[in-house]
Write a protein that binds this ligand. Structure first.
Ligand SMILES: [Cu+2]
Length: 323
């Protein structure tokens, strides 16, 4: 038995060693405040677990069957006001202790982190498509696919949207998860403490390519970043409209780099933008992606006939009201 237990432990140790708890190793102020909140919550949960298990053990031990009791049962308690107050007030206090820091953190995450309030952010537009991430640097006039370089120690503002279905942007080492949605914009402030490579991924299931919808955030020194921008400007091909439409097809792509950004033709965050969602590509479970047809103006042409169009106009499903 002992040997079995030792074997089990020996077998589990490498698993634990290989497990990177990236959420508990924050590399920026936003992720740090989330980690602090998680730790705070874990302490309170531990307190509850410890108290409950201690009481359970004590009660089981205290009221165990003993020979001198001879099957005698302890008296039942009825309506103890003191106990009622105790087990109502304690949970309320715990909920308050969890709620206040949670709300404070959530609201703080919407703003630039402390110490960066007055800094002008580097704005990077994030466009998610099936199944890739497109990053546009309007100021630098360059665009990347599936990787994004940022200067470490500088405030970065990601303005995020989706060219198609809803996706979710998460770089656990740097910030919390946030959704990207077509025809609307979500914002995420990020600062990386120091240079390093961080993994980002989509966390919202959106079809068969979902699992591999990953990207790298490379935080560089400001000098390295400037050098990289210059290099891209000199060596990368120009982004054309045809090339961009190809990018939006539901495919996996490696890393790509371009001069110019797609923002000159379309900003998918604009409520009146082209959706670039081709309903034929969403033919799942025997249904075409109906909610997309109505507003679909893929390449400015309608793909459905008049009857279909009428049927869809009377159907109010699929409306997306703002948040
Ligand atoms: Cu939405």
């Amino acid at each position: 038995m002992k040997r079995l237990f030792a074997l089990l432990i020996a077998g589990l140790l490498p698993l634990l060693g290989g497990c990177e708890m990236v959420v508990f190793q924050p590399q920026g102020p936003a992720a740090r405040s989330i980690t602090e909140l998680i730790n705070w919550s874990i302490w309170w949960m531990l307190l509850v677990v410890v108290v409950v298990f201690a009481l359970f053990t004590y009660i089981v031990w205290k009221y165990r069957d003993r020979p001198e009791r001879q099957g005698e049962e302890p008296p039942e308690e009825h309506g103890s006001t003191v106990l009622e107050i105790v087990w109502t007030v304690i949970p309320i206090l715990i909920v308050i202790a969890l709620t206040i820091p949670t709300m404070r953190t959530l609201y703080d995450l919407e703003k630039p982190p402390k110490g960066y309030e007055d800094e002008k952010p580097l704005v990077i537009h994030v466009t998610s498509a099936d199944w890739k991430w497109i990053f546009s640097y309007p100021e630098q006039n360059i665009e990347t696919v599936n990787y994004v370089n940022i200067p470490a120690g500088r405030l970065v503002l990601f303005k995020m949207t989706s060219a198609s279905t809803m996706q979710s942007f998460w770089v656990p080492a740097l910030a919390g998860q946030k959704y990207t949605m077509n025809k609307m914009e979500t914002e995420l402030y990020v600062v990386a403490d120091r240079p390093g490579s961080y993994e980002g991924r989509n966390t919202n299931f959106n079809g068969r390519g979902y699992a591999h919808m990953q990207f790298e955030v490379l935080a560089q020194t400001p000098q390295e970043f400037e050098k990289w921008v210059e290099e891209v400007k000199q060596t990368a091909p120009k982004l054309t409209k045809e090339k961009y439409e190809q990018l939006l097809l539901p495919t996996h792509l490696g890393r790509l780099t371009f001069v110019d950004t797609h923002l000159q033709w379309v900003n998918h965050a604009d409520p009146h933008s082209k959706t670039y969602t081709n309903p034929e590509l969403y033919r799942g479970h025997g249904y075409q992606g109906k909610i997309f047809i109505r507003e679909d103006n893929y390449k400015s042409s309608s793909t459905c006939n008049d009857e279909e169009q009428k049927a869809l106009e009377s159907d109010s499903g699929g409306e997306h009201h703002g948040h």
